[in-house]
Design a protein around this ligand. Structure first.
Ligand code: MG
Length: 461
C-alpha cells in the first residue's frame, strides 16, 4: 500500500512537472459538415485531415455558438455566448470595414488565459473582431498578428460584376483587385489589396514558422483561414485540381496546409505535447451554389440555427494526449477555453458567467462530455435549444435568405439521433418534452438578460 502511494505521488508530480501542452486551433470559414473526406465527402480529397481524424478524435456533434463569422469567433475565443461578450448582432450581423466597434477590452480570451502560464501566442489569418487598433489581436493577448482584419469579400470595389452572378459559370474566377482588403502584420498594413490567391499558403507558412520558433516553450496558435468564404481564391498549384471544382481546390489547399503544420509539429519532436483542433466558424453559404459547401445530411447552412448552420465537422489531434476514436457526444467551440485552461493548469475567469465546459476527460478517454445542452443563438435572439437528443425550435431563419425569419405555426421538435436532418417535427406527439424545453429556453433567456452594459454597448454596429 505504501509503495502504491509513493508511486501515485511520483506520477502526480510527473504530471504537475510535465510540460503544459501547446494548442493549435485551425479555424476555417464557411465550410460544411459534408465537405471533408473523413465526414463522407466523395470528391474533395482531404488525406491529411482524414489521417488527423484517424489518429485523433472525430467529433460528430460539435457546435459553434452562432451561425455567422463575428459572433462565432468571439464565442470561441472567450468561451461565452455573443449575447454576453458584446459581439452579438446589433444594427448589423457582422462587423464591416466601417464598423467602429470590436471585442471589448474587458473580455478575456484564450490567449489571455494562457498568458497566465507564459504561453507564446500568435493570431494568423482572419480576425473579424474589430479592425481598429484597440480591437486587434495584440490587444487581446496575442504576441503577434498576420492576416486580414475582416471578411475577404469586404471592401469590394463598386461597379465590379456581382460575384453571385458568376458562380454558375464553371470557369469563373474572381479578381483580387475587386476586393480592397488589407493584409496586416501586427498593426501595420503591409499589402492592399491583399494578394488573396496565396493567402492560405502564406498563412500556413507563417504558422509553421511560429511553431519552429516556439518549439521550446508552450504556445497557442490561432490560425483562422479566410477560406473557403467567398470569393474563393487558391494558389496556382491547386487551381483546377479537384473534381469538386474551385471550392474543392480551396479545401484541398487547406488540407495541404494542415499536413504542413502536423509535419512541423512532428519534425520538432513536440507531437506528444501538442493538441491541434480543426473546425470551421459556421456552416456552408448555400446562396453561392457550387462556390459554397455542403452540409451533408444536415438541414440548411450558414446563417441559420438548423444543424447545417451550427454543427461543424471537428477534429482533435494530439498523440499521447488525445485518445483516438469517434466522439458522438456534444461539444462546442465555447468549450475550448475551459478545456485548454484545465490542460494548461490555469483557471477560467471566475468573475463572469461562462458558457463552456472542460472537455479534457473526453480527450483523454477517461470520461464523458459534461455538455448535455446547447443553445442556438442568431442575431441576438435565442432560436432553439438542444437537450440530449431533443431539439426545440422557437424561431427559424430561411435557409438561403437567412436575413429573414421563416414562418412557423408553433414550436417544432426534432429527435436529432433518429432524425439528423430535422425532417420530421414531432412536437404534437411529445407535448411534455416541448413544455420542458420551453422552460429551459425561458431560463436561459433570463440567465443572459444581465449582460454587462459595456458588452451591450459593443453590439455589432
Ligand atoms: Mg463564416
Amino acid at each position: 500500500m505504501k509503495k502504491l502511494l509513493i508511486l501515485l505521488s511520483v506520477l502526480n508530480l510527473l504530471s504537475l512537472d510535465g510540460r503544459s501542452p501547446n494548442f493549435v486551433v485551425i479555424f476555417c470559414d464557411d465550410f460544411g459538415y459534408g465537405d471533408l473526406g473523413c465526414f463522407g465527402n466523395p470528391t474533395i480529397k482531404t488525406p491529411n485531415l482524414d489521417r488527423m481524424a484517424s489518429q485523433g478524435q472525430k467529433w460528430t456533434q460539435f457546435y459553434v455558438a452562432d451561425p455567422v463569422c463575428t459572433p462565432s469567433r468571439a464565442a470561441l475565443l472567450t468561451g461565452r455566448y455573443p449575447i454576453r461578450n458584446g459581439m452579438t448582432s446589433g444594427e448589423r450581423v457582422v462587423l464591416f470595414p466601417d464598423s467602429a466597434g470590436g471585442l471589448p477590452a474587458s473580455e478575456i480570451t484564450i490567449a489571455e488565459v494562457l498568458k497566465e502560464k507564459d504561453y507564446a501566442t500568435a493570431a494568423i489569418g482572419k480576425w473579424h473582431l474589430g479592425h481598429l487598433p484597440q480591437y486587434l489581436p495584440m490587444e487581446h493577448g496575442f504576441d503577434s498578428y498576420y492576416g486580414i482584419p475582416y471578411s475577404n469579400d469586404m471592401d469590394f470595389v463598386k461597379g465590379v460584376p456581382n460575384y453571385r452572378k458568376g458562380v454558375g459559370n464553371p470557369n469563373f474566377y474572381p479578381d483580387i483587385k475587386n476586393y480592397n482588403v488589407p493584409l496586416l502584420e501586427n498593426l501595420d498594413v503591409i499589402e492592399r489589396p491583399a494578394e488573396q490567391n496565396t493567402m492560405t499558403q502564406r498563412c500556413t507558412l507563417k504558422a509553421v514558422d511560429f511553431i519552429e520558433e516556439n518549439k521550446d516553450k508552450p504556445f497557442f496558435l490561432y490560425l483562422a483561414h479566410s477560406m473557403p468564404h467567398i470569393p474563393l481564391f487558391v494558389s496556382e498549384e491547386f487551381r483546377g485540381k479537384s473534381a469538386r471544382g474551385l471550392y474543392g481546390d480551396v479545401l484541398e489547399e487547406i488540407d495541404w496546409g494542415v499536413g504542413e503544420i502536423l509535419k512541423a509539429i512532428k519534425d520538432e519532436g513536440i507531437e506528444k505535447d501538442t493538441i491541434v483542433v480543426f473546425t470551421t466558424d459556421n456552416g456552408p453559404w448555400l446562396a453561392f451554389k457550387t462556390h459554397g459547401g455542403s452540409a451533408g445530411p444536415l438541414r440548411a447552412g450558414k446563417g441559420t440555427t438548423f444543424e447545417g448552420g451550427q454543427r461543424v465537422p471537428t477534429i482533435f489531434w494530439g498523440p499521447g494526449r488525445v485518445k483516438p476514436g469517434t466522439v458522438s457526444e456534444m461539444g462546442s467551440t465555447l468549450d475550448l477555453l475551459p478545456t485548454f485552461a484545465a490542460l494548461a493548469g490555469t483557471k477560467t475567469p471566475a468573475d463572469r458567467k461562462m458558457d463552456g465546459y472542460d472537455l479534457s476527460p473526453v480527450l483523454s478517454g477517461e470520461g464523458k462530455s459534461p455538455r448535455d445542452t446547447f443553445y442556438y443563438w442568431a442575431r441576438a435572439r435565442l432560436h432553439a435549444v438542444r437537450s440530449g437528443p431533443w431539439k426545440l425550435h422557437v424561431l427559424q431563419r430561411e435557409p438561403i435568405n437567412y436575413g429573414r425569419l421563416a414562418p412557423m405555426e408553433g414550436p417544432e421538435l426534432y429527435h436529432l439521433e433518429a432524425d439528423i436532418s430535422e425532417a420530421y417535427d414531432v412536437a404534437k406527439t411529445h407535448p411534455e418534452i416541448v413544455a420542458r424545453l420551453l422552460r429551459t429556453i425561458k431560463a436561459h433567456e433570463l440567465d443572459t438578460e444581465d449582460s454587462l452594459p459595456d458588452q451591450l454597448a459593443a453590439r455589432i454596429k
